[in-house]
Design a protein around this ligand. Structure first.
Ligand code: NAD
Ligand code: SER
Length: 319
């Protein structure tokens, strides 16, 4: 639309685990009115602390995304709407529809409205045949539907860059640990749920084996990485820009439980693996983030002890 500058930011899937904190961080950085939060869910579910522009938006509705971007002068989209691994494996059709269809929808809007896009990937792109310390570049043969959709998301990002010059950037997020919003139905949710259970019940029944080792990151670090990647000069970024591995931490479920036991007297964790064990076993133990380090200088701040302290302090303040 004539006269509308393209400075605003749209966040899809903004009521989720990452969106809840990314919207806050973006509003701190760019101003509240510059960041439009959106989700398929109703705003009534939004926490009162997160005030600012909000629209109900289904990412499959390309026309509405285009209209919103044109009307509001949106120049950048952080596309977080998706189904995570555990929910996705229960409903593969919906997972493909939302994760792949929603991404195409956002990229089509990017084509029409000249948008920059952040579109996250996941450690779920790796399959059981990948090295357990996963390099940036290796064959991607995930055994989960969710993982397939994330591999497709990375390929689509490359296609839209090559064919239409769309600047799409992504991070292969590891399991993210946070307390401001519940985890959204993933395999790594145990590393989030365990904290609330420890504080409120002194006990957690963990749905993966104690020796399950996965890459993990505290949400503050994930948000910092996201903003750093989006601020990085384009000419510093190489062919991995659609899905960077980033340096993070690697610990087992038992090591996490032990670290919490050191802070919460009497905390006990039992282990009763379910179907999510299979998804966790198909993913790497750790990831090599050297390309992200080289290209945009990424390093995390929080180690395991600091994550445990931040989580327990944060949850105690909220209670
Ligand atoms: P989440 O499940 O907490 O939030 C996703 C949001 O998307 C939800 O609020 C949901 O209502 C919304 N949504 C679902 N379908 C929609 C639709 N059709 N239109 C609009 N909104 C819709 O997920 P999250 O943890 O915040 O993850 C965000 C992104 O990061 C996803 O792409 C996910 O795959 C990726 N990721 C997350 C993690 C993690 O540990 N949280 C790790 C790796 C990658
Ligand atoms: N944390 C996510 C999940 O478990 C990985 O993408 O689904």
């Amino acid at each position: 639309m004539l006269g509308v500058t393209k400075e605003k930011i749209l966040v899809t899937g903004a009521l989720g685990q990452i969106g809840t904190e990314l919207v806050e961080a973006l509003r701190d950085k760019h101003g509240t009115s510059s960041v439009i939060a959106s989700d398929i869910r109703s705003v009534k579910e939004q926490k009162t602390t997160r005030q600012g522009p909000y629209v109900t938006l289904d990412v499959l509705d390309t026309d509405s995304i285009i209209k919103l971007c044109n009307d509001e002068g949106v120049g950048t989209v952080y596309h977080l709407a998706a189904l995570l691994s555990a929910t996705g494996e229960k409903n593969p059709e919906l997972c493909r529809k939302v994760n792949v269809g929603g991404t195409i929808s956002v990229f089509e809007a990017a084509k029409k409205c000249s948008l920059r896009v952040f579109s996250p990937s996941s450690i779920a792109v790796f399959g059981p045949d990948a090295p357990k310390h996963a390099p940036q570049i290796t064959d991607l043969n995930p055994s989960t539907i969710y993982g397939e959709t994330k591999v497709r998301g990375e390929s689509l990002a490359k296609e839209y860059l090559e064919n239409y010059g769309i600047d799409v950037r992504g991070i292969r997020y590891p399991g993210l640990i946070s307390y401001k919003a519940p985890a959204g139905g993933g395999t790594t949710d145990y590393a989030v749920e365990i904290f609330e259970a420890a504080i409120n019940h002194g006990h957690y029944e963990c749905f993966v084996r104690p020796d399950t080792r996965l890459p993990m990151l505290y949400m503050d670090d994930a948000i910092k990485a996201t903003l750093m990647l989006m601020d990085a000069p384009n000419d510093a970024l190489g062919p991995s820009k659609a899905g960077y591995n980033i340096d993070c931490h690697s610990f087992t479920a038992q090591e996490l439980a032990d670290a919490i036991s050191q802070e919460v007297d009497g905390f006990k964790c039992d282990f009763a693996p379910d179907i999510r064990q299979k998804y966790a076993d198909s993913w790497p133990d750790s990831i090599d983030g050297s390309v992200a380090k080289e290209e945009w200088n990424w390093a995390p701040n929080y180690d395991l002890q600091e994550i445990v302290k931040a989580m327990l302090d944060g949850l105690s303040e909220e209670n």
